[in-house]
Design a binder for this molecule. Sequence first.
Ligand code: FUB
Ligand code: ZN
Length: 648
Amino acid sequence: MRSAALILLCLPATLGAQPAWREQALLDLARSPHARLHPVPVRAVKLNPGFWKSRQNVTIEKSIPSLLTLLEEHGVLDNFRRLSNPADYTPRRGPLYTDSDIYKWIEAAAWSLQVRPDPKLEATLDKLIGEILSAQEPSGYLNTWFVEDREKLRFRQMITGHELYCLGHMIQAAVAYYRSTGKRALLDGSIRFTGYLLRDFGPAPKQPLLTGHPELELALAELYRLTGNRDYLRLAGYLLSGVETARLKLLPRDTAYTFSGIPFTSRTQFEGHAVRALYAAAGAADYWLETGDAAYRRTLDTLWSDLAAGKIFVTGGVGSRASGETFGDAWELPNRQAYTESCAAIAGLLFNQRMLAATGDAKYAALMERALYNGINSGMDLNGTLYCYRNPLATGSTEKIRNPWYNTTCCPPNLQRTFAALGAYFYSTSKDGVWAHFYDNSSLDWRLESGAALKLEMKTGQPWNGDVSITLNPSKSEEFTLYLRIPDWSGDTRVLVNGRPAPESPQANTYLALKRLWKPGDTVTLDLDMSGGLIFANPRVAEDHGKVALRRGPIVYALEQPDNPGVSVFDATIDPRTPIVAEHRPGFLGGVTVLTHKGHAYPRPLDGEPLYSAQPFKATRPVDLTFVPYYTFHSRGPGAMTVWIPVQ
Ligand code: FUB
Ligand code: ZN
């Protein structure tokens, strides 16, 4: 194992000139030496009317404003105000991590300003940021929990205390607000707090540090990218190096649960708290993007395979056990008991986003897409005011999964920051061209890395239809490569360039590289294979054995009670010999394609049948089944729902 001190010495001291704030990407890898792909700024991508535009609209118009009201009602802002006003005797409210909720909300609102400038919202943000910073101590320390009687506990409860988790979200909010407005107040505040850490904490003889809830690692990497100050990356490396196990007297159960405190590079599987583990992996991927450390790459590959081979739900959700909010064993993927926190799916998205940037391998984009369209999208309802903490794959008739508020309200602003910035996940550049990762109506207004301006317009019926048309408008004719993601689900994809078949045949789950002299007005069309259909789980997934899930394009479907009167969704079976028919219903659930199927149910409802029988139960009663996109589940209120259906 390399010592922390050695790791620190190996890092070069400076980073080249940083782009102006308006030019900085969502994840700014422009100068990251080990990034193959470079994300684009949020403002460079406009989502046009279509699937994601309506989700983004509802986020900006309803979800972000209504959550601020709720955060105010629950005292999250007052927790700061009371500290700067000695006459205010209001007690602190909420769990110890509420500071992170307002920071995440600020991040979401900040990204939204790039999508839709809003002077009133910006003025609100300025005011809130002023109030938050008024509570910052002269030392730079800022946390509303570890004050007054609890001041003596600062950095003494590092497994559970969330101090560094809150700082991580403060930094991310500050970076977003700076990139959206050029305003530095919150950024300077977060730099002051980070400076406080750097002074007193680190390898011996300084005091030891543990993130406890990883998140700061990602934030420090981004703060390094923004400022060029390598000390921030060194601190991330120190946290990931996990060299303080002995000084902090950490037990194996602590380091497993928190996914911190032992060398990240010694990890061989995902375990413990799912959000913590996946944020740690995202932070470690950031560290690899900056350092190229091969041990990190090996560990990240091992962990990714562990996730993809046995620990991710078909919806892209993650986290099998509600108790402790943890990963389970491989293939332990329970449907109704699934914990699958919205934040865990988002953390998985962030991990895969970084792996994709490092490698350009479509397998990472496939997992991003699976989560985005399903297990993340389900986290916020169609009206933008109800949220899922858990996103199970089956519910009973009375489970209330969608709620306006959670005392632990980490998920709502996490969903908002994802949807507000979503366009920037769609495209990247590399030194040889431009990459399209996902397909929706959108315009890219950015530039190639040669410096030539590039406008690109994408028109599509995705995710309901397979047609995609892309018009490229480079400022002048230029040779570069257009990398098009051929989705893992599209077995037979046709690609035409200016009406002629692409020189190479597209392969599912790869990027098709179209290198040519591109001229203004050139067009590319894709015909994605929407035939879709059944998904079978590895038989080791005991819960799904003998069952199938339905998928069409990137969308996973569910059988919900309101669409299937006369049969319990738990008594329905699929007949694999009978077609699954897609039918678009423009006015239904915001406009969706439903799937219908002539399946079978048991002659009598199973809840009236014996628990055990010497004869097999046979579903012989023909029934018409209608499936809706999983992400819309419970749009009509709580009710029975299931993704996996037995095959008869
Ligand atoms: O602990 C802070 C947040 O609350 C975590 O990220 C979530 O999993 C929830 O436990
Ligand atoms: Zn959450």
